[in-house]
Design a protein around this ligand. Structure first.
Ligand code: PBG
Length: 331
C-alpha cells in the first residue's frame, strides 16, 4: 500500500501564506528592557562584557528611556549600583536609594512606562550575597551562611520602598524561602495591594550570570549562590519552587536563565495559569554579541530565532538585553 505524498510545502510557498499560518509572533509588547542605573553624574559607560549595554547615572538616563518608549517596549527592569555598600545592603531599601530615585524620575517622565524593580540585596551588600550572611573563618578562609528568615525582613523593606517610589511591579530575585509571602504581606500592609509580584521562582545557579555580576558589581566575595539558587540538573524542584510561589501569592512566574531552560518554561506554562516570564540573561547576550562581532553569526537572525523560541516554549514576557534591538527589527 502506498501513501499519497503529504504536501507540507504548500503552506510555505510564499511569504503571505507563511505569515498567515505562523504560530508564534513576537511583539515589542512582549519585551522588557533591563537598565543599570548608577550613582554620580555624567556617567554613560559601556559594560565591557556586554557591548551595547551601559551604566547610566540619573542625569544621562533620559535619552535611553526616550528610545525605549519610542520603540514601543512597555517595561523596564531596574538594577542599581549604589555608592556605598554594607553588610545588610542598606542602600537597597533607602528611600533615596538609586533604584528608588531612578523609579521616581522615570515615572515622572513616562507615567505609562512600567517600572519593574529587581528586589534583591546582592548589588547593595559588601559581600555580594543576595541576603544577610553569618560569616566565620575556616582554615584561614572566610565562609558564610546566608540567613533566610533574617533576609526576608530586609527584602520586604526593599520592596516597600520601591513601591513607594512608584514601581509598578516588584520582582524579587533572591530565592529565599518564603520571599513571596513576606513581600506580599509587606506590600499589603503598606497599602500596595495592587502592586503585582513577578517572582524569580525558578532561578538556577548559573554561569550565565557572569557578565551581570561585573555589570552590577555583585560577585559574591566568598562562596557561591548554590545554597539558595537551583541546581541546573533539576526540574521537579522547579515545580516545587513555582508551586509554593503560587500559593504565596505570586502574580507572574519567572524562569531564569532562558536558553538552556526552555523545557522548564514549557513545563511551567503547562502546569500553571499565571503569566510566565523568561529571563534571557547577561551571558546569553554576551556570547551572541561576541560571535556577532567576530562575524561568525548573523546577530539579528539569531536573536529573533531565540526570542521566538522562548515565546514558542510558553513565555508571555521576555526580559532581554536585546529588547531595543529586537523591537527595532520587528518594525
Ligand atoms: C540579582 C540578579 C542577578 C541577575 C538578575 N538579578 C544575579 C545573580 O543572581 O547572580 C542576573 C541577570 C543576568 O545575568 O542578566 N539577584
Amino acid at each position: 500500500m502506498s501513501f499519497p505524498i503529504v504536501r507540507h510545502r504548500r503552506l510555505r510557498q510564499n511569504a503571505g501564506i507563511r505569515s498567515m499560518v505562523r504560530e508564534t509572533v513576537l511583539h515589542p509588547e512582549d519585551l522588557v528592557q533591563p537598565i543599570f542605573v548608577t550613582y554620580g553624574s555624567g556617567v554613560k559607560s559601556e559594560i565591557s562584557s556586554m557591548p551595547g549595554v551601559f551604566h547610566f547615572s540619573l542625569d544621562t538616563l533620559k535619552d535611553e528611556v526616550d528610545e525605549i518608549v519610542q520603540l514601543g517596549i512597555p517595561a523596564v527592569l531596574l538594577f542599581g549600583i549604589p555608592e556605598t555598600k554594607d553588610s545588610i545592603g542598606t542602600s537597597g531599601f533607602a528611600d533615596d536609594g538609586i533604584v528608588q530615585e531612578a523609579t521616581r524620575l522615570i515615572k515622572s517622565w513616562y507615567p505609562d512606562l512600567l517600572v519593574i524593580a529587581d528586589t534583591c540585596l546582592c548589588e547593595f551588600t559588601d559581600h555580594g550575597h543576595c541576603g544577610m550572611v553569618h560569616t566565620y573563618e575556616r582554615d584561614g578562609h572566610v565562609c558564610g551562611d546566608v540567613l533566610n528568615d533574617e533576609s526576608l525582613e530586609l527584602l520586604v523593606r526593599t520592596a516597600v520602598s520601591q513601591a513607594k517610589a512608584g514601581a509598578d511591579i516588584i520582582a524579587p530575585s533572591n530565592m529565599m524561602d518564603g520571599f513571596v509571602q513576606a513581600i506580599r504581606s509587606g506590600l499589603d500592609d503598606a497599602g500596595f495591594q495592587n502592586v503585582p509580584i513577578m517572582s524569580y521562582s525558578v532561578k538556577y545557579a548559573s554561569a550565565f550570570y557572569g557578565p551581570f555580576r561585573e555589570a552590577a558589581d555583585s560577585a559574591p566575595q566568598f562562596g557561591d549562590r548554590k545554597t539558595y539558587q537551583m541546581d541546573p540538573a533539576n526540574v521537579r524542584e522547579a515545580l516545587r519552587e513555582a508551586e509554593s510561589d503560587v500559593l504565596e501569592g505570586a502574580d507572574m512566574l519567572m524562569v531564569k536563565p532562558a536558553m538552556a531552560y526552555l523545557d522548564v518554561v514549557r513545563l511551567l506554562r503547562d502546569q500553571f495559569d499565571l503569566p510566565i516570564v523568561a529571563y534571557n540573561v547577561s551571558g546569553e547576550y554576551s556570547m551572541i554579541k561576541a560571535a556577532a562581532q567576530q562575524g561568525w553569526i548573523s546577530e539579528k537572525a539569531i536573536v529573533m530565532e531565540l526570542l521566538t523560541g522562548m515565546k514558542r516554549a510558553g513565555a508571555d514576557i521576555i526580559i532581554t538585553y536585546f529588547s531595543k534591538d529586537a523591537a527595532r527589527w520587528m518594525r
